[in-house]
Structure formats: structure tokens, C-alpha cells
Ligand binder design. Sequence first.
Ligand code: NAG
Length: 140
Amino acid sequence: MCVWVCFLVCVSVTGWFLTAEQIMTGEPHTVPVNNCQVLKEARFAVAEFNKANVQEQFAYKVLNITSAKMQIVAGINYILEVWLGRTVCKKSHTADSEPCALHPEPKASSRFKECQCHFIVTDVPWENSRALTLNKCHPN
Ligand SMILES: *[C@@H]1O[C@H](CO)[C@@H](O)[C@H](O)[C@H]1NC(C)=O
């Protein structure tokens, strides 16, 4: 179903794609946070975040995206401001945390439940490569 939703979103922002092709200056440009490519990059970012978050056994998921920018350099940088929430899914069993329920407030634990992240995903579509090049999160 999501595929269809994303497809519809893509169709409705075709104008945005035309604009993207015209951006050759390397300046970051604000793009809609509900754009399907932005959602895809944010999901990739959280999967990488979960891999790097070695002390945590539970996977985090995207709560919302508060800002998204796109910058065309040697690849395409997606500059994202994202809120993540801790879920009940064990990282070792979770490829995609999206369907996971949020974890209830941890009791006597210093672990945080939500965090605010600044991510940059560098996507090089013509080389079929994608990397999380900036991963800065703080608990909230
Ligand atoms: C995003 O989620 C955080 C954490 O739940 C919340 O504090 C913030 O208000 C949300 N922002 C938007 C724009 O929904």
C-alpha cells in the first residue's frame, strides 16, 4: 500500500523533480518532508543509525521529519532533521523498524525514548550507492 501512496505522492510532486534537475548550483534547497524520496532516505538513515547504535538492543524508528533539504554535489545530499522514537523491536530481528510499536517509557533507566537527529544521506544514484555521511543525534 505504501508503494501506492509513495507513487501518488511522486506523481503529485512531479513539478518538484523538474526543479531538482534545474538545481546545479550545489546550494541546499528545501524539499517537502513528505516526498517519497525523502522518506526513503530517512528510512535508510534510521537503519544505519540503528546499526551504529551498538549499545542499544532496540531499534529506533522515524517519528517525523521536521526539515528536508536536497543538495546536488558529487552525489545528492539529503539533509534531514528527523525525530526518532525507540520501539519494542529488537535490532537483531528488525530490518525495517517502521511497523514497530513504540517502546513505553523506560522506568529506572537512563536510556532515552526519543531523540532528535541531524542526518545527511549521500545518494549517488548513478553509482547505486548510498551512505549516511552525518549522524548527529541528541536525546530529548
Ligand atoms: C516530532 O516529534 C517530536 C517527538 O515526538 C515532537 O516533539 C515534535 O513536536 C514533532 N514535530 C512535528 C512537526 O510533528
